[in-house]
Structures are given as C-alpha cells and as structure tokens.
Design a protein around this ligand. Structure first.
Ligand code: AMP
Ligand code: MG
Length: 322
C-alpha cells in the first residue's frame, strides 16, 4: 500500500492521466484535480466535493501558451494580466474551445484559466502533460484547505493521492477576472489585489456596482453567498467591546487588541497587521477556532484595501447562515 500523502509528482501525474482524482498544493489553497479533458474524471471531482454541477471549475495549465490554446480569443487585457501575474494567483475567464467538456464550465461558453506558481503544481502540470481542472480540495461550502493534512481530514477516504507542497503561502483563492468582454470584471477578489490589477489594465467593473448591464457577465456562478464556512456560528463585529462574555467565545483578529485575554481562544493573524501574512494564516486559524467546541466565533473586519478586500469577502461568506 502506498501512502496517501507524499511528494511523488510522477505518481500524481500518472493518476491524473489515468482519470484519477488528486489533491495538490498550489500557492492559493490545495486543489482537487482531474484531467480536464476527461469528463468522467471531472465528474468524480464534483461527486467527491458534493459540488453542484452549476459551479464551474478552474482549469490549471503549465504556461500562458497552453492557456491560449484553450481559449478562442485572448484579448489585450488577458495578455497584459497573464504577462504581469502568471504564474500566480489570478484566474482569467475567456471564451472556451470545444475540447473543454461542458461539465468543466457548467455549460458556459467561457472557461476559467490559471497558471499556478507553486513549484509542485507546475511540475505536476508539466509531468501530466494535460490541463488539470481543479476546485479547492474541500467539501463544498466548507473551509478551504491550506495544508495536505487539512485535505486528508476532509477528503482523505475519497481521493487517490495528496501531493504535499507544505502550507500554501498565499492562503486565499485566486482572484477571478472576466476578460472576455470590455471592461474586464472582477468576479472574485483573491490573491492578486484589485489595486495591482488596475495598475496594469485600468478600472475594473465590480459585479455589484450596477445590475443593469445586459450581456455583462453575472457574478461567478460559484460565488454563493454562504461558503468557506466553519461549523461554529461566526459573527463579524466592528467593535469587539460589544461582546458579552457569558459564553465560550473565540476571536479572530488581524492584530493584537486590548482585552483579547478575555476570550476563550484567540487567533491573531499578524502581529504587525500585515495583510499578506494574515491571508496565509486565515483558513488555518478559522479551522483551529472551529475545532474547539466554542459556542461562537467573532471576527473583526479587515481594512478594505489590498488583500483586505478578499479577506473581508471570505469572512462575510463564512459568517452567513445557510
Ligand atoms: P473554486 O474552484 O472553488 O476556487 O471556485 C472557482 C471560481 O471560479 C468559482 O467562483 C466559479 O464560479 C468561478 N468560475 C469558474 N469558471 C467560470 C466561468 N466560466 N465564468 C465565471 N466564473 C467562473
Ligand atoms: Mg472553493
């Protein structure tokens, strides 16, 4: 019996080529990958995750050239963003070629493409020689995995292998930008910030800014309001002093704050308030809080700038009740 977790890229690649389902490290979160051109392998990904079939997957490729081969058009904004941020935590939505199965894109005429930066993910893509469709490697709606052990705990009995690349250093999902139409639309904030993107291509359209647009892309189908959620009720509080301490309450905060010793459990994401460090710690901290039998988790919002926007997005979805 070979191990479920390891660093055997050749084995992971062979499993992918044979229609297996393999979790693998990326710089954002761990992905649950399958051969993107093999509809039955992709179907297993949906099944293992309990992911609804209307929620399309991101197709991971080894290079921008490969991404171009999967899109019927690669407009200027796509070229600029690929040049600036690939390999890296940004996903581009482009018109798809026919060889991508409908299951991957949930029947949409567009495909989500990304070139990941993590060295093991890159080796896997090169060795497999095929594009890999992969959502995050967690049961649908739950907290995303940022270590191989997180994946094992949540999906270990249902998948073929976990390619262990250590803890994810970005720690939040990729930014999703729809570049098939003008102006490009930010569908999901993530590892590359809105500010960084706008420095390259100018103003992005934000999905909720106006709903009047006709053929404008809707919010990503997968951006369901409740997502990334712990089992313990999570509440966002602007002012932590509003809390009464009659119950077992845990807290997650960007930085240390006065009175934090009154909480049963405390997760400070960055001593210095660094948002990149906070992002890399976010999901693991949420998991630790969720595993302690607390009655409530409270969290303070992040500054609405840079990676703080993506952190607030995940926090709001995690806090929403079903
Ligand atoms: P996940 O795989 O969990 O990181 O989620 C991938 C995200 O990309 C989801 O929010 C999807 O809805 C979104 N996505 C994937 N393909 C498309 C597409 N063709 N158009 C719009 N959004 C997409
Ligand atoms: Mg996900």
């Amino acid at each position: 019996m070979s191990c479920l977790i390891g660093q055997d890229v050749k084995r992971a690649a062979a499993l992918i080529r044979d229609g297996g389902v393999v979790a693998f490290a990326t710089e954002t979160v761990y992905g649950l990958g399958a051969h993107a051109f093999d509809p039955s392998a992709v179907a297993r990904v949906f099944e293992v995750k309990g992911r609804p079939r209307f929620d399309p997957l991101i197709v991971h490729v080894a290079s921008t050239n490969e991404a171009r081969r999967l899109a019927t058009d690669f407009p200027r904004a796509a070229r600029q963003l690929a040049e600036a941020f690939w390999p890296g935590p940004i996903t581009l939505i482009l018109p798809k070629t026919d060889n991508i199965p409908d299951l991957v894109t949930a029947g949409l005429s567009t495909v989500a493409l990304r070139v990941p930066a993590h060295p093991l993910a890159r080796q896997l893509l090169v060795e497999a020689g095929v594009p890999i469709a992969a959502p995050s490697a967690n049961p649908f709606g739950e907290v995303s995995p940022t270590t191989a052990e997180h994946v094992r705990l949540q999906l270990g009995d249902r998948i073929d292998y976990i390619l262990d690349g250590g803890p994810c250093n970005v720690g939040l999902e990729s930014t999703v930008v729809h570049v098939a139409n003008e102006p490009p639309t930010l569908l999901r904030p993530g590892g590359v910030t809105q500010e960084e993107i706008e420095r390259i291509i100018g103003s992005l359209r934000l999905p909720h800014a106006d709903d009047a647009g006709d053929d404008r892309p809707q919010t990503s189908p997968g951006m369901l309001s409740r997502h990334y959620a712990p089992h313990t009720p999570l509440q966002i509080l602007n002012n932590i002093s509003e809390i009464t301490f009659s119950t077992m309450v845990g807290v997650m905060a960007l930085q240390p704050f006065a009175g934090m010793e009154r909480f049963t459990s405390v997760e400070v994401l960055s001593q210095s308030g660094n948002l990149a460090e906070a992002a890399s710690q976010f999901y693991a901290a949420l998991r630790r809080l969720d595993s302690q039998g607390l009655q409530q988790i409270v969290a303070t919002p992040f500054p609405e700038t840079g990676l703080g926007r993506a952190l607030n997005d995940r926090l709001q979805r995690a806090a929403r009740r079903a």
